[in-house]
Every structure is written in C-alpha cells, then in structure tokens.
Design a protein around this ligand. Structure first.
Ligand code: 15L
Length: 272
C-alpha cells in the first residue's frame, strides 16, 4: 500500500484526521508549515514544509497514492498572504500529483460560493461567487482540479466544507455544520472509492436547513450520518445585526470591507 500525503496536518482538521487515518492502517506522510503538536502515530512521519517550496512538496509526494490537501491559509486574509500558500502552493500540489499519478482531495470551502443568498438551494454545478480572497483561492483550487482532470486525468475531489467544528456555534452553522466523524468518513470514502474523476461535494452533515443540494457523493458512496439539528435550542438564536452576514451563505466572510450600498439589494445582475 502506497503512503498518503496530508498537508495542513497541524491544523484543526489535520489533527483530527491523523489518528483516524492512522487507525485505518494508512502509512502517512504529514506536512505543515507549523510543527505537529501531537504524538505521531507509529505509521506516520512529519516534515515541516512551506507550500511555496515546490522542490520540497514534490519530494514529499514521491510514491504517494493520494494527496489530502488541507494546507494553506484557512481564513480570510489580505491577497498577499493568500497568494503564496493557496495559489502557488496549489500548483505545486497538482504538479506533484500529475508526476506521481496520485489523486488529490482538496479542502475547498463554502466561501467559494459565499455570496449566494441563503434562500437559494445550490447544486454543485452552481456559479462560483467567492466572498473573500480566501474564497477566491478555493474557487481557483477547484478550477485547478478541473484543469488537471481534463488535461492530465488527475482524479480530484473538492470538499466544499461548511463549518467543520466540534459543534455548531450559531444559527448559520445549523445549516453549514460538518461533524468531525462525517469529515473523517468523507476522507475514508475518497481513499477507497474506485474512481471519481473530478468531483465536488457539499461537505456538511445531514442538516435539515442546509443550503446545498445535488453533488457527486454517489461516486464515492458517502452519506453524512450526523445532524446539527440537535443544537437548535442552544444556538438557533445566535445571529448578528449585519445584513451582509445574515443574507449570504458565506456569513461573516461577506462583511469585511463590504462597500455596496444596501446589502443584499438583489437587482437583475445578482441572479445566480
Ligand atoms: C472556512 O472555510 C473556514 O476555514 C472556517 O474557519 C469557518 O469559518 C468555515 O469556513 C465557515 O464558513 O464556517
């Protein structure tokens, strides 16, 4: 069995995935720009790396079957902070995958489509409407996957992750929440699926108020098993007074620097 490369191993999702993947017997190569803070499982090695460094990324990817790409900037930041890790870094990941014949699982985000209004139920082939430079980098990542599948046959799956936290924290996350166990099962289904081409998945749990509909989950046989609904009484009243946040799917990522006159005035040009 070939090893699996996990980038972003020292982040919250990486640290949750490492023991889950190790317990399934995978040999793991872990990397992150930050040190790995937990005890390393016996079948894992860790090497710190900057995604800007294509030589190191390609060495780390030698002989792997899958690249689980959870690395890069994971919150909204100025363009210059996003550019290196999330744009150039992604190119290094895809070039490595092409050379190795590896599959890529990309931790994309709901912020690639965050300016859709909350009442619009979206299918995975909806238009990108990034809500931040971070969201724009995730849309770019998904399109990078489209290019490498069409041109080189590199299989890739793009998880449009909602809010992957231990539990929902506000009304919006009753729609967007993804439990840690559902995330871990999604990655495991990706690794074991026979073939999926270029796929896009709404990565949220089975939440009745989800904004999201059809996607490519049948290609990997994944179904979420958890639901945010049991936290409704605890967090369902938690909202803000900011219409740019409350009207859009991307929530708080829509607000910084928002300078349109009256959010979200839906004129003809705002239709999806
Ligand atoms: C994301 O993409 C972020 O990485 C995460 O920190 C959350 O803010 C999440 O989106 C969300 O939309 O709740």
């Amino acid at each position: 069995m070939k090893p699996i490369l996990l980038t972003g191993a020292s982040g919250a999702l990486g640290r949750m995935l490492v023991p889950a993947l190790a317990a399934q017997g995978h040999a793991l190569r872990l990397t992150d720009i930050a040190p790995f803070p937990d005890e390393l499982p016996a079948n894992a090695i860790f090497e710190a790396a900057d995604l800007n460094d294509g030589v190191t990324v390609s060495r780390l990817a030698e002989g792997v079957s899958h690249i689980l790409h959870f690395g890069g900037v994971s919150t909204d930041q100025p363009f210059e902070a996003i550019f290196g890790p999330n744009l150039r870094g992604l190119y290094h990941i895809y070039e490595a995958a092409r050379r190795e014949g590896a599959r890529v699982a990309f931790a994309s985000s709901n912020h690639s489509i965050g300016f859709h209004l909350r009442e619009t139920k979206l299918d995975a082939d909806c238009a990108f409407r990034p809500d931040s430079f971070y969201g724009l980098s995730k849309a770019y990542g998904e399109l990078m996957g489209r290019l490498y599948w069409d041109k080189h046959g590199v299989e890739n799956i793009n998880y449009r992750i909602g809010s992957c936290w231990p539990e929902p924290l506000n009304r919006r996350s009753l729609a967007t929440w993804l439990s840690y166990p559902d995330m871990a099962r999604l990655v495991q289904a990706t690794i074991t699926a026979p073939r999926f081409g270029h796929a896009v998945i709404w990565a949220c749990s089975a939440n009745p108020t989800s904004y999201w509909g059809a996607d490519h989950r049948d290609r990997i046989g994944w179904q979420p098993q958890d639901t945010a609904e049991k936290w409704r009484d605890k967090v369902g009243h938690i909202t803000t007074n900011n219409p740019a946040i409350e009207h859009h799917q991307g929530g708080p990522y829509c607000a910084p620097g928002y300078s349109r006159a009256a959010p979200p005035t839906a004129d003809a040009f705002d239709l999806p």
